[in-house]
Design a protein around this ligand. Sequence first.
Ligand code: NAD
Ligand code: UFG
Length: 336
Amino acid sequence: MKILVTGGLGYIGSHVVLSLVNNGYKVIIIDNLSNCGVSVLSKLEKLINSKLIFEKLDLSIKNQVKLFFEKYSNINGIIHFAALKSVGESVINPLKYFDNNLNSMLNIIEYMPKETPFVFSSSCTVYGTVNKQPITESTPHGIAESPYGKTKQLCEKIMEKEFHGINNFKALSLRYFNPVGAHSSGLIGENPKNIPENLIPYLTQVVIGKRDVLTIYGDDYDTKDGTCIRDYIHIMDLAEAHIKSLEYLFRIKDKNYIDYLNIGTGIGVSVLELIQTFEKATGMKVNYIIGKRRPGDIEKAYAETKKAKKIIGWESKYSLSSALNSAWNWEKKSLD
Ligand code: NAD
Ligand code: UFG
């Protein structure tokens, strides 16, 4: 079975490539290297002890996608990660996000072999602000908090249109909560090219001394300790959810199918709790201050996870301590 992984040298994609190979799949990676280094490829090859097929191309450019699918016609499944993902940058430059994320999706759907099972990287950001927690998949799309979030909503709409279109289309849209951590080897992990926006890479960079202090964005929310609540999911659990999703799409008889699954732990953790867990798990101190709220942040978001368990037979296994330990291990190895 040959699986196309778009964005396969990025943070989540690289971990899924490893899981796919470990589960006996052949993998073809597409990435334009806009948010990763080509060194990830050699690290993956070292971990699997064999060569991978890699095509450097830009999915938002129609002709490149057309030529790719002419060259590789025998693809059995697609996992589509490739996208720009910086919430802050999307507010400053929304058109860049609409162009890249929407055109990539449209081009793949136009040129991919029809009926190829398709797994899409969506996000809990599609729900917008939700009062009732945990968030269930039946919660409708809310008001997108950023152009990035809007692209995820629109990609789901594009998939829906294809599902109702003239071709058969089998797809799962996985709505990730907050992916964290790294592979146990410490060879691959989250490696943002710029100053990290997300909590974990910023925190580990502070602890290792690359940055001075972590600012907690607000402690006056209506939560147990005043800091925001999220659902942090270990990257290796997330990787497994993709394997289970593909297996499910291969297994079902329906030729036309679409569904949406939350991928989280179901556990809401505050920023202060996360820092305490990190300190306990690693024995390291986190230098932090309390700052102002970050515009656009939502107070609470954690997943109702029953649907993923029922449909694809997946649930998270790793603890937050283990995820944070792996993130710290990865940060330490980055100094080697
Ligand atoms: P990432 O930036 O590490 O990986 C994305 C990869 O896609 C990068 O390697 C980038 O170079 C590539 N890419 C981007 N545009 C491309 C294009 N036009 N053509 C070819 N390659 C292109 O991001 P990630 O954290 O691994 O996220 C993967 C997916 O998961 C994204 O769709 C993201 O929106 C989604 N997601 C991520 C998070 C998160 O917190 N990391 C949460 C929810 C959803
Ligand atoms: N936070 C801080 N200080 C920081 C960074 C973050 O206090 O320096 C706080 C935030 O306020 C938030 C929590 O840590 O309460 C998590 O923030 P992240 O930026 O790590 O994650 P978000 O939940 O804001 O958003 C992330 C991705 C989005 C994605 C969403 C859901 O950035 O792309 O998860 O998957 F849509």
